[in-house]
Design a protein around this ligand. Structure first.
Ligand SMILES: C[S@@+](CC[C@H](N)C(=O)[O-])C[C@H]1O[C@@H](n2cnc3c(N)ncnc32)[C@H](O)[C@@H]1O
Length: 298
């Protein structure tokens, strides 16, 4: 395939579109950055909280590449109280999803309405954790779906989290954001009834995925549920689609994308402590016509 002129043309166009998209987004954010920083600081009586940890060691796997070619990556900081990485990500996803009406929350809504509310209609989590939450787009549907729950979002990247906090506040949603490594958080054992992530696993290496599953298991209270969502695994795709998916690894700075899609996540979850009988893997139909893969541990 890689020798085919038609594939070379497709691949070159795809990479160029990605670079052009980020360039237009980064230029827009750069022009507005002082105003964005001021807006993000303005909350006088916040609903939720933001806790940053300047001492947190950012794993090398998050700093060696600018993931999916996003300029500066997630962890870039350029000015005091910076929110640029969050604004760049939010605007980039907005363009990539091609739906101007959307709050970019289709994945969270799919997990909630196409799985949790159907399979566990009486489940009323008191505390919910979203790992690798980025700007909190898929964290916020949990605030609406479970209004009595305390909702937490963690991520490594400070500028992303400042933006996430300001975004949630401006949308009137109470979320507690903190800068933490999902492999090893500071929450006590059995802190959460629901631990989720959305399109997070494919951005971390396999040893980190194992740690994230162990941490999810440690954090779950009795009767709690873990759900990690991502795009479908290779075994659920035809060979041609799988080949096109690999483009993410080879040409879009997603070094862990292909490895994650080949992983036996049920085995990883069992190693983390879940029993085989309490693990479910399934595909869900998103409202935008795409499919979501989820692994659920109880
Ligand atoms: C593709 S984004 C996730 C998108 C987000 N969940 C959503 O639904 O919009 C991956 C995120 O994971 C974060 N991340 C990567 N490694 C992490 C780790 N070890 N602990 C916490 N966050 C991490 C990155 O900073 C980035 O914001």
């Amino acid at each position: 395939m890689q020798q085919q002129p038609s594939y070379k043309w497709y691949s070159s166009c795809k990479r160029t579109i990605q670079e052009m998209m980020w360039e237009s987004v980064a230029t827009t954010v750069e022009r507005q950055l002082p105003k964005l920083v001021e807006c993000a600081k303005e909350r006088r009586k916040p609903l939720g909280t933001l806790t940053l940890d300047p001492e947190l060691k950012i794993p090398t796997y998050q700093t060696v590449v600018d993931t999916h070619c996003m300029p500066g990556g997630y962890n870039g900081e350029y000015t005091q109280d910076d929110v640029a990485a969050g604004a760049i990500y939010d605007l980039g996803v907005h363009i990539a999803m091609r739906n101007p009406e959307s709050l970019r929350d289709v994945r969270g809504k799919t997990v909630i309405h196409k799985f949790l509310k159907q399979q566990y209609p009486n489940f009323q989590p008191r505390k919910i954790l979203d790992m690798g939450c980025t700007v909190g787009a898929n964290t916020l549907p949990y605030v609406d779906a479970y209004p009595n729950a305390e909702v937490y979002g963690i991520d490594l990247a400070p500028a992303i989290l400042r933006y996430a906090h300001a975004r949630a506040e401006s949308l009137g949603k109470r979320v507690h954001f903190s800068q933490q490594n999902a492999e090893n958080t500071n929450f006590p054992d059995e802190s959460f009834d629901l631990v989720v992530s959305h399109i997070f696993l494919h951005e971390i290496p396999v040893p980190a995925i194992r740690n994230v599953f162990r941490e999810s298991y440690r954090l779950l209270a009795p009767g709690g549920i873990m759900i990690h969502q991502d795009a479908p695994l290779y075994r659920d795709l035809d060979l041609f689609t799988a080949f096109l998916y690999d483009e993410e690894t080879t040409n879009n700075n997603e070094p862990f994308w292909s490895a994650m899609r080949d992983l036996d996540l049920v085995a990883v979850a069992q190693e983390a402590g879940f029993s085989r009988d309490n693990l479910i893997e399934t595909l869900l139909e998103q409202n935008n016509g795409r499919q979501s893969f989820i692994i659920v541990g109880i």
